[in-house]
Design a protein around this ligand. Structure first.
Ligand code: ADP
Length: 625
């Protein structure tokens, strides 16, 4: 016998499950059945694809037994793959999923809030400790000799010992606590299985003892009979025709495959016939999966061939930017013994994937057009991955451009590019946008002044990914997208009056450049400012200040020192007065630096020398007072 400690994360998760999910404690049975079903799926695949397993007696089923007297227990057994000693330690002692630490650190300690999070994470096997004060797992891996018993009270450690077991598979016995006693009942079990696991593809059988009385009065005798009954429909839900299925059927099935406690936001069931025959059933979760931004996220789509599970670990089934989609692809055309390795280059699968992408994007568009509230909910979670798609899936760019949403100076909440286009001025030449790290700062940027004055809408792009994606788009339909943090952006807003002023103030701009020297790339007369005396922009060819931050954050340490272009506002009091006093060398120098440095500050950049800045400021204040 060997004793093991749970990994810290498991203990934390156990604590969390017990304290935040108790109002749904019955879901433990769904989780056990779902694991049993996965284990059956895995063995089924091996018996088909691996010669070593071909001789195995595979009789797939899930059985539920209970004892209703004395210490009440409930046992879920499967004839699936089973686990060996190492599997037990790894699977039921640690949480292998990436991002678990990060996930747990987001918890607030407030049970109600956390119960939402834990729903996204998926509770699994450990949820049994909500209803049990002891759990025993007896298991034997298919093709191996030894059987093992795993026992724990869920309080920090578990024990593993060798034991005997007839066939391969796993029996999980919950020693029910006072919270769980009610589940040692045929009716309870039946109603929970019907509610949560009706569409598990293997038979679920409940065993019970029926007591009947015979005879009358003194001769009355109780007769006990062992009975068993299959309680689920045991057919793959996705193979049923759509009109046979209710919303509740779809929702129930989603919960079995996703471990999500919430209903799905959207589902899409497609049964394709013709040159290729396949079925897909896709779901979009209400909340983005917690590991959506981890490189080693768990893919959400499982591949089946003719109802036989093949893999749930292929990132090729859908493009990365649709990694939040959960569900199933079941192909009739792939060979059953398709190896997971060759999936990548498989032509049939490629066709299914690309048809699925089109279907999904089409469905999202339909929702955007017909049910805006639902689409808002969708966008609040998935705008960012869709933007990734703009960058990575050139073929779907037009479709994706209709789906992504942006903040804007013209409307509250989000807008589509189509709606922006509708609002464009008659002679407006481009779709304007400003990028940066923070929406509030962007909204007060001096760069917006000229557009505000002319009542031209600017998209506010504060999502870090915008900086990479949007410049790469180039155009929406036939309209150019122009970043207004760049030097050339306002050229098409210039009036004759602007050009006249430019001429007048140019000598001052030259003088300022003479003072600032190589702190700036250039000093030019601005036509985009109205209230601010100055602003900085990036040269057309250079990355913006935010882009530079991002590149640095991504580990690019040897960036050249990009210099900004300083723009001065010819209509501003400070600039006008400076024109008159431009021969006062000290004043010219102080004001030049102050014009540059205040513009940098507003952009979120740091001062090179705060002390020098303050000295200059004080000198100028001294003159003003
Ligand atoms: P999840 O099912 O989300 O992976 P669980 O905590 O429920 O998380 O289970 C952890 C792992 O334990 C599973 O991934 C599986 O490898 C293993 N496991 C659980 N139940 C069984 C079972 N009945 N038969 C075989 N393996 C199982």
């Amino acid at each position: 016998m060997s004793k093991h400690q749970f990994q810290t994360e498991v203990s934390q998760l156990l604590h969390l499950i017990i304290h935040s999910l108790y109002s749904h404690k019955e879901i433990f049975l769904r989780e056990l059945i779902s694991n049993a079903s996965d284990a059956l799926d895995k063995l089924k695949y091996l018996t088909i694809s691996d010669d070593a397993y071909k001789g195995i007696n595979f009789d797939p089923k899930i059985e539920i037994r209970f004892t209703g007297e004395g210490k009440k227990t409930l046992t879920v057994s499967d004839t699936g793959l089973g686990m060996n000693e190492q599997d037990l330690v790894e699977n039921l002692g640690t949480i292998a999923r990436s991002g678990t630490k990060g996930f747990l650190s987001h918890l607030s300690g407030d049970a109600r809030k956390d119960s939402n999070l834990i729903g996204q994470f998926g509770v699994g096997f450990y949820s049994t400790f909500m209803v049990a004060d002891k759990v025993e797992v007896v298991t034997k891996k298919a093709g191996e000799e030894k059987a093992y018993k795993w026992v724990s009270d869920g309080k920090g450690d578990f024990e593993i010992s060798e034991t005997e077991k007839a066939g391969h598979g796993t029996d999980i016995t919950a020693y029910l606590n006072s919270e769980g006693e009610e589940y040692a009942s045929r009716w309870e079990i039946e109603s929970i299985v019907k509610k949560y696991s009706n569409h598990v593809a293997f038979p679920i059988i409940v065993h019970y003892t029926q007591t009947t009385s015979e005879g009358e009065g003194d001769k009355k005798k109780e007769k006990k009979e062992h009975k068993s009954e299959q309680i689920n429909s045991a057919s793959a839900l996705w193979k049923k025709s759509k009109n046979e299925l209710t919303d509740d059927d779809y929702k129930e099935f989603y919960k079995t495959i996703s471990h999500d406690q919430d209903d799905p936001l959207i589902w899409l069931h497609t049964q394709a016939e013709g040159t290729m025959e396949y079925t897909t059933l896709f779901y979009v979760p209400k909340k983005a999966p917690f590991d959506m931004y981890y490189a080693d996220y768990q893919p959400g789509v499982k591949l089946y061939v003719k109802r036989v599970f093949i893999t749930d670990d292929s990132k090729e089934l859908l493009p990365t930017y649709l990694r939040f989609v959960k569900g199933i692809i079941d192909s009739e055309d792939l060979p059953l013994n398709v190896s997971r390795e060759i999936l990548q280059q498989n032509r049939v699968l490629k066709t299914i994937t690309s048809a699925s992408v089109k279907k999904l994007l089409g469905e999202f568009k339909r929702i955007a057009d017909n049910t805006p509230e639902l689409y808002d909910e969708f966008i609040s979670q998935y705008n960012r991955p869709l933007k990734e798609g703009l960058y990575s899936d050139y073929a779907q760019r037009d479709e994706l451009l209709e789906l992504v949403r942006f903040k804007s100076t013209a409307v509250e909440g989000f807008t589509s590019l189509a709606a922006y286009k509708e609002r464009m001025k008659e002679d407006q030449k481009a779709i304007y946008y400003i990028t940066g790290e923070n929406e509030d700062i962007l909204r007060t940027s001096p760069l917006l002044e000229a557009y505000r004055k002319k009542d031209i809408e600017v998209l506010i792009m504060a999502d870090e990914i915008d900086e990479i994606v949007v410049p790469s788009i180039g155009k929406y339909q036939d309209i150019e997208l122009k970043g207004i943090n760049k030097s050339g952006a306002v050229d098409d807003l210039k009036t004759d009056d602007d050009k006249k002023k430019e001429k007048e103030v140019k000598p001052l701009a030259k003088k300022i450049k003479g003072v600032l020297k190589d702190r700036v790339k250039d000093v030019v007369v601005s036509s985009r400012l109205s209230d601010s005396p100055s602003c900085v922009v990036a040269d057309e060819e250079d990355p913006t200040v935010q882009m530079q931050h991002m590149l640095k954050a991504m580990g690019q340490s040897n960036l050249p020192d990009y210099k900004p272009i300083l723009e001065i506002n010819p209509d501003h009091e400070i600039v006008k007065k400076l024109t008159e006093k431009k021969d006062d060398q000290q004043l010219l120098e102080d004001v030049s630096f102050l014009l540059l440095e205040q513009a940098m500050l507003i952009e979120g950049a740091e001062l090179k020398s705060p002390a020098e800045f303050v000295q200059r400021l004080n000198r100028v204040m001294g003159l003003a007072l």
